[in-house]
Design a protein around this ligand. Structure first.
Ligand SMILES: *Cc1c(COP(=O)(O)O)cnc(C)c1O
Length: 389
C-alpha cells in the first residue's frame, strides 16, 4: 500500500518499527523498584497471621492520634479537590522551620521530589547527577528514569560516604548532588566537616540535595552531639543552591499517606512547582501531616522507642556474630558475611520480613527496621534459629 510520507514518517529507515509496547532504551534498562514485602502478601503465602514487617523503615508506633483525627475529618471533604498549593501545611512547616512558605515544596513523599528535581533541573545528555555507592536507591532510579547520566562515587570500606571521592567526581556537568544523612540503607551520617566540604566543593551550577528523611531520629539519637550529626539547614545562607528533603513517612508514621517536603531557595521551589502534577498531595495527607506536627509527645515517644529498640536489636544481632553498622536512623544495616538471600527467606518462613540489599549493591546485607519491643525479640530469635539452620 502506498504510504503518504507526510502522514506516516518512514520508520523503515530506523531500526525497524519498534511496535506499540516498545520503550526507549533508558527505560528498558530500568528494573521496577523492589519494595519491602507487604505483610498481607506473606500472610497469604504462608497461610498465617501475625507477620512482622521490619522492611521499610516504618514507625512501629503508627501515626499520632492527633493526625488520625485530622485525617478522619478531612475524609468528610473527600469530594473536593485538595488545595493544590498545600498552603496550610507549607505555612505550618515554614513557621516551625523559620523559613518562608515560598521556600517549601510538598511532594507525594520525598520520592516524588527526588524525581521532580531530576526532571526540573537536568537535561539528558548534558547534565550529570552525582551521588555515591550504596546511597538511597531513588537517586539513581530518578536519574535513569529521565535518561540522565549518574556517577556513583566509591565509598569507604565501612560503607560510609568517602567525601573526597564524592567531591573528586564533581565536574563542569554536575547539576545535582544527592547525599542522605543519615543514609539509607547504611545508617551512616555525614559529620559536620564532611557536609561542609561537600557544600564548599560542589560546583557553582550544582544544586546540592541533602536528604534528611531521618532528621528527627538523628537529632534524638545524637542528642549529646558525640557523633557530630549536622543538619544542612544552617548552611542555606552560605549556599543558596541547597535543597533539604524531609518526610512524614518515617518518624511521623504517615508513610501510607505519602507526604514529603523540600526546603530550598524559592528559585529552586519554582522549578519544582513547574514540574509538579496538579493535586500531587491529597487532602487527607495534607491534613494529617499538619496535625502530626503538633503532636510532640508522639515524636518524643518515637525517639525513645528508637533509642531503646535499636540498642536491643544491635546487641541481639551482635551476640549472634553479625556485623551491625552504626546508625542514626530507625533501622540497622546488618552484615551477614555470606549471601543474604537464604537468611532473608528463612526469616520469612518465621514470619519476619526484612529487606535484602542486593538491589542496593550489598548482597551480603539485610536492612532491619525498628519494631515494637516484642517484635525486636522475635526478630533476634528468628535470626538465631535461621543461622542455626
Ligand atoms: C524513606 C526515605 C525517603 C522517604 O521516602 P518518602 O517518599 O517520603 O516516603 C527519602 N529518603 C530516604 C533516604 C529514605 O530512607
Amino acid at each position: 500500500m502506498a504510504r503518504d510520507p507526510d502522514l506516516a514518517p518512514d520508520l523503515e529507515g530506523l531500526d525497524g518499527d519498534p511496535g506499540p509496547f516498545a520503550v526507549p532504551d533508558h527505560i528498558g534498562r530500568l528494573e521496577p523498584y523492589q519494595a519491602g514485602k507487604p505483610i498481607e502478601e506473606l500472610e497469604r503465602e504462608l497461610g498465617v497471621t501475625g507477620v512482622l514487617k521490619m522492611a521499610s523503615n516504618e514507625s512501629p508506633l503508627g501515626p499520632s492520634s492527633v493526625a488520625l483525627e485530622a485525617a478522619r475529618r478531612a475524609m468528610a471533604e473527600a469530594h473536593l479537590y485538595p488545595d493544590p498549593s498545600c498552603f496550610a501545611l507549607r505555612r505550618g512547616l515554614a513557621h516551625r522551620l523559620g523559613v518562608d512558605p515560598a521556600e517549601i515544596v510538598i511532594g507525594g513523599g520525598s520520592n516524588e521530589l527526588i524525581h521532580l528535581l531530576v526532571r526540573a533541573f537536568c537535561l539528558p545528555g548534558r547534565d550529570v547527577v552525582v551521588t555515591h555507592r550504596h546511597a538511597f536507591i531513588s537517586y539513581v532510579i530518578a536519574a535513569r528514569t529521565h535518561g540522565v547520566e549518574v556517577i556513583e562515587a566509591p565509598v569507604r570500606a565501612d560503607l560510609r560516604c568517602d567525601v573526597d571521592a564524592l567531591c573528586d567526581a564533581f565536574g563542569p556537568r554536575t547539576r545535582l548532588v544527592f547525599v542522605a544523612t543519615p543514609n539509607n540503607p547504611t545508617g551512616a551520617h555525614l559529620a559536620r566537616g564532611e557536609l561542609e566540604q561537600i557544600l564548599e566543593r560542589a560546583p557553582a551550577r550544582a544544586l546540592v540535595v541533602v536528604d534528611e528523611a531521618y532528621h528527627e531520629y538523628a537529632v534524638a539519637l545524637d542528642a549529646d552531639g558525640a557523633r557530630g550529626f549536622q543538619s544542612s539547614q544552617p548552611y542555606r545562607s552560605m549556599r543558596p543552591a541547597l535543597v533539604t528533603l524531609r518526610t512524614f513517612s518515617k518518624i511521623y508514621g504517615l508513610a501510607g499517606l505519602r507526604v514529603g517536603y523540600a526546603i530550598c531557595d524559592r528559585r529552586a521551589a519554582n522549578g519544582l512547582d513547574r514540574t509538579r502534577r496538579p493535586f500531587n498531595v491529597n487532602s487527607v495527607a495534607q491534613a494529617a501531616a499538619l496535625a502530626a506536627l503538633e503532636d510532640e509527645d508522639h515524636l518524643a515517644r518515637a525517639c525513645e522507642a528508637a533509642r531503646s529498640g535499636l540498642a536491643a536489636l544491635a546487641s541481639g544481632f551482635t551476640a549472634l556474630g553479625l556485623t551491625v553498622h552504626p546508625t542514626l536512623g530507625n533501622f540497622l544495616l546488618v552484615g551477614l558475611g555470606r549471601d543474604a538471600s537464604p537468611i532473608y527467606q528463612g526469616l520469612l518462613r518465621h514470619g519476619v520480613i526484612t529487606r535484602p540489599m542486593g538491589a542496593w549493591g550489598l548482597p551480603q546485607h539485610l536492612r532491619v527496621s525498628l519494631a515494637a519491643p516484642p517484635g525486636l525479640a522475635r526478630a533476634v530469635e528468628a535470626m538465631r534459629a535461621v543461622l542455626r539452620g
